[in-house]
Design a protein around this ligand. Structure first.
Ligand code: DX5
Ligand code: ZN
Length: 207
């Protein structure tokens, strides 16, 4: 079965806690997109916001920052359950080591334009592969169709890893992604842009 992690970047920031409480009973995690204005042009959220949502649901932190190792302790302190770092960032190996030392699930993320093989050196130390299906930076971009094939290849090669897909995901592509082997789907605008976020989540779970 596929699980859902609503991307809180797609929520109304003025109503963040209320939106989190609305989706949490139907979701496996709250997905928190952390951007530093260097790794990607956008600036988003930090540990204080994660702290404010702690306890509502498990927390999935997606670090889109140039130096992820600098932030692992901060996100551990506020209760992150998963922390993913990008293979394109500086020293992902050091960050993954810190995450595992803190007994948190570690993920390796990669952009659509990055070769699939780039994650190989890290794979034995991570629990999760975060397949980006848009170039990171913003909500509401359109899904890169070739991500489905990437998921299929990873599922065959790494049967025991959690495979998470992030970017342009919604009810229209959830089934194909689940069939290809994804087990955690992130969605921002599909959920929070809807007048019925719960129905969107349930539709995505059904596939
Ligand atoms: C993109 C972020 C995504 C994004 C998802 O850089 O990592 O998590 O918020 O938003 P949608 O589902 O709208 O593409
Ligand atoms: Zn994300």
């Amino acid at each position: 079965m596929v699980e859902i992690a609503p991307s809180m970047l797609g929520a109304n920031f003025g109503e963040m806690k209320r939106e989190a409480m609305l989706v949490a009973p139907h979701s496996a995690y709250l997905h928190m997109d952390v951007m530093d204005g260097h790794f990607v042009p956008n600036l988003t959220m930090g540990p204080d916001l994660v702290k404010a949502l702690r306890g509502i649901a498990d927390i999935d932190v997606h670090l889109m920052v140039a130096n992820p190792a600098d932030f692992i302790q901060d996100f551990s302190d506020v209760g992150a359950d998963i922390i993913s770092v990008h293979v394109e960032a500086n020293n992902p190996e050091k960050a993954i080591k810190l995450i595992k030392e803190l007994n948190i699930k570690a993920g390796i993320a990669l952009n659509p334009s990055t070769p699939s093989s780039a994650i190989e050196p890290y794979i034995e130390n991570v629990d999760l592969i975060l397949v980006m299906s848009v170039e990171p930076g913003y909500c509401g971009q359109s899904f890169h169709e070739n991500s489905i094939e990437r998921v299929r290849i990873y599922r065959e090669k790494y049967p025991d890893k959690i495979i998470e897909v992030d970017g342009g995901v919604g009810p229209e592509n959830a089934r194909l992604l689940a069939e290809a082997g994804a087990n955690l789907l992130v969605a921002g605008s599909a959920i929070f842009g809807s007048s019925n976020p719960i129905k969107v989540i349930e539709d995505m779970k059904k596939g």
